[in-house]
Design a binder for this molecule. Structure first.
Ligand SMILES: [Zn+2]
Length: 479
């Protein structure tokens, strides 16, 4: 998919200034696979990391693996090889299989400080971006370097990362994934020069696809333009002419509410009262109890995958109802009475089971490639948690949850359970199972698009900020 765009970008950059990107990480990070994929994609890239060849040479000479006292001579030679690689590159893009600052991590691993030569080289020869590959699940090293324990692999990885920070870099972390997806991630993080607009850096054209339509997010600063808060809604009410306005306020059901939470809830009731008077429409408050909040998180000690169980799965429907009754009912009843405003309570569990929510979710999957960076700006991996049908636990970061199949009948996903291994679930709009636990941004997207389909009701989302400020917005209509 990226191939032609990438090739064009690489060709366009070929005569430009040199750009150097480092791919690094500890052993078993999948670096070799990724480097091979970079080559296959036709991007100029360093072949083998010079350290390995030099290591073999030293080992042959010594007749054993290198010890601490052999490190200095070895490191200097590696450093020189990296400098030669660096300086011989004159134009265009080039990827590097490790970089000069890797030396900091390796020296530290053997209990040595950086040499003056390394410090100097690190200052003089700067790279344009550093990509650190997060370790994969399985610790296998095709090379013949012996790793006593997984723990050591972790430690090398951490020391390499620390070395880049010490050298003044801000590395970009690449999540465990297939080599092709990782390259896609890396390309999305680079900015190429557009051959048509020399001097104006842009991203590859397919990445711009989502930008060609109208503004996607209403992001307006209304300071000095408003006399009263309710005026935020006026333009939307004027244009949509809704018969009813619902103020939607969502709260995680994970203990006694914070004062700020109660402030936002009170604001919802007050705004409902004012809006009713101001716009002569019915208004109500819709309270979303987020019972998919994590109740417990565990880390698999072997693979470092995190698993979580929601409040709903841990406590069950009845206890969730008791929590809502205990923490919110009396407060809501009095707010309702004081503002003469009706309210409804719905749980996330009920929302996700509704056919409309599921249909909207399935529709969104067709555009997963376009929306994933909006929903997961840091890593592009959208967290779709589908709990194990046997125990109700799910992969917290959905690392190994994959969309296996999508057609008009629904979607099939595969995922992995800590106790029950690999499993498959099928989501279709007609069925309220399996449970669909979406990360907040994704859930909001689905919820807002679902709300946007009710033309007679305007939904106003309310959100409390850190300083107890309250914001509100309305679902964004669009295709
Ligand atoms: Zn399970």
């Amino acid at each position: 998919m990226t191939d032609t765009v990438l090739t064009e970008a690489v060709q366009a950059a070929a005569t430009g200034e040199p750009r150097r990107y480092v791919i690094t990480g500890g052993p078993s990070s999948g670096k070799d696979d990724l480097i091979a994929t970079v080559h296959t994609a036709g991007i100029p890239c360093m072949q083998a990391e010079p350290g390995r060849e030099i290591y073999r040479k030293h080992r042959e000479r010594l007749g054993r693996h290198l010890l601490r006292e052999d490190r200095r001579a070895y490191s200097l030679e590696v450093s020189e090889a990296f400098i030669a690689e660096y300086t011989s590159h004159k134009h265009g893009i080039r990827f590097y299989n490790r970089g000069i600052p890797d030396g900091y991590g390796w020296e530290a691993f053997f209990g040595l400080g950086p040499t003056p030569q390394l410090e100097q080289a690190s200052r003089l020869y700067r790279y344009d971006a550093i990509f650190v590959l997060d370790p994969l699940d399985t610790f296998e090293d095709a090379d013949d370097i012996v790793w006593a324990k997984d723990r050591e692999i972790r430690r090398v990885h951490e020391l390499i990362v620390q070395g880049y920070y010490d050298a003044g870099y801000e590395p970009v972390f690449v999540a465990p994934d297939s080599a092709a997806n990782r390259l896609d991630f890396i390309c999305a993080n680079l900015r190429y020069r557009n051959p048509a607009e020399e001097g104006d850096p842009v991203t590859p054209s397919h990445k711009l696809a989502t930008r060609t339509s109208l503004l996607l997010s209403p992001n307006s600063v209304l300071a000095n333009a408003l006399l009263r808060s309710i005026d935020i809604l006026r333009p939307r009410v004027q244009s949509a002419r809704p018969a009813r306005i619902e103020f939607v306020v969502g709260t995680q059901i994970n203990g006694a509410p914070h004062l700020g939470t109660n402030v936002v809830q009170a604001a919802a009731f007050l705004l409902a009262k004012i809006a009713r008077r101001e716009f002569s429409v019915d208004t109500a408050v819709r309270f979303g109890a987020l019972d998919n909040a994590p109740y417990e998180v565990v880390l698999d000690p072997e693979t470092y995958h995190a698993y979580q169980q929601t409040y709903y799965h841990a406590l069950g429907r009845d206890q969730i109802r008791e929590l809502i009754e205990g923490y919110y009912r009396a407060f809501f009843d009095s707010l309702s009475e004081a503002t003469d405003t009706e309210y409804v309570v719905e749980t996330y569990t009920d929302q996700q089971a509704a056919p409309g929510f599921r249909a909207e979710f399935l529709r969104s999957l067709e555009h997963l490639e376009d929306i994933r960076w909006w929903l997961a700006p840091s890593h592009g991996v959208v967290h779709i948690r589908l709990p194990c049908p046997e125990c109700g636990w799910a992969e917290k970061r959905a690392d190994r949850t994959k969309l296996a199949h999508l057609d008009e009948d629904g979607a099939a996903f595969t995922a992995v359970c800590l106790d029950h291994g690999r499993y498959e679930v099928h989501v279709d709009p007609e069925d309220d199972a399996p449970y669909l636990d979406l990360a907040t941004l994704y859930r909001n997207l689905i919820k807002e698009r679902t709300s946007g389909r009710y033309v007679n009701t305007l939904h106003v989302m309310m959100k409390g900020g850190r300083a107890q400020s309250t914001t509100m917005w309305t679902p964004w209509f669009g295709s």
